[in-house]
Design a protein around this ligand. Structure first.
Ligand SMILES: CC(C)(COP(=O)(O)OP(=O)(O)OC[C@H]1O[C@@H](n2cnc3c(N)ncnc32)[C@H](O)[C@@H]1OP(=O)(O)O)[C@@H](O)C(=O)NCCC(=O)NCCS
Length: 176
């Protein structure tokens, strides 16, 4: 579990499932993904996220607001094993429910996850990437002070040529 001034990043609970599925079913939240997720896909996702934490000792955590315990979304680190040019490696990622946007939560949570990645886990480098049109996500990367890496940009192999979400932009940060 990680704590910041306003947030707790923790393992997933059964009680997160409804809010998690609602977030993943929101077309606005998912506008830079292929499509929103069904409840079954969201539930399977939690199982995968929990397995990752069991296997690696870190992962993408549930984020809750300390003041009232409200579920805000998901932020954390994930190993890259998808068939993309950056793998193997560790990425930092974020997805928040719409009511949690515009308050600095993604940046605050990601900073805590990255600090943990460098200090406790001993990572040498953390990367992150997003589809070219995802400007809010790129703004988080900039706020985190990560380095833009055009040399590592890639086309996502899961998407067909010409798809607007296929070109991906990469940022990285080395251990301080
Ligand atoms: C990407 C995403 C997490 C970014 O959320 P966000 O709210 O824009 O980013 P932050 O949480 O860092 O908040 C920053 C904003 O909060 C504002 N803010 C308000 N109070 C703040 C505070 N106390 N501290 C810091 N920032 C604060 C900042 O000024 C900034 O506003 P701006 O965007 O108008 O400049 C969100 O858009 C999202 O969940 N998108 C859908 C999922 C997604 O695309 N994930 C990424 C896939 S690669």
């Amino acid at each position: 579990m990680l704590e910041t001034e306003r947030l707790i990043l923790r393992r997933w609970r059964f009680g997160d499932r409804e809010a998690w599925a609602a977030m993943n079913a929101d077309p606005q939240v998912m506008r830079h993904y292929e499509r929103p997720l069904t409840a079954a896909e969201s539930n399977a996702g939690i199982d995968r996220l929990e397995r990752h934490i069991d296997d690696h000792g870190f992962g993408e955590y549930a984020v809750e607001r300390r003041a009232d315990g409200v579920f805000l979304g998901m932020v954390g680190l994930a190993t890259l094993d998808a068939p993309i040019p950056l793998a193997p490696g560790v990425e930092v990622g974020w997805r928040l429910a719409r009511h949690a946007w515009g308050q600095g939560y993604a940046t605050e949570a990601a900073r805590a996850a990255m600090d943990d990645g460098f200090a406790r886990i001993g990572l040498d480098r953390i990367v992150t990437f997003t589809a070219r049109p995802n400007l809010p996500s790129q703004a988080v990367m900039a706020r985190l002070g990560m380095t833009r890496r055009p040399d590592l940009d890639f086309d996502h192999p899961a998407l067909p040529p010409g798809h607007v979400l296929r070109p991906h932009l990469v940022w990285s940060q080395d251990r301080p």
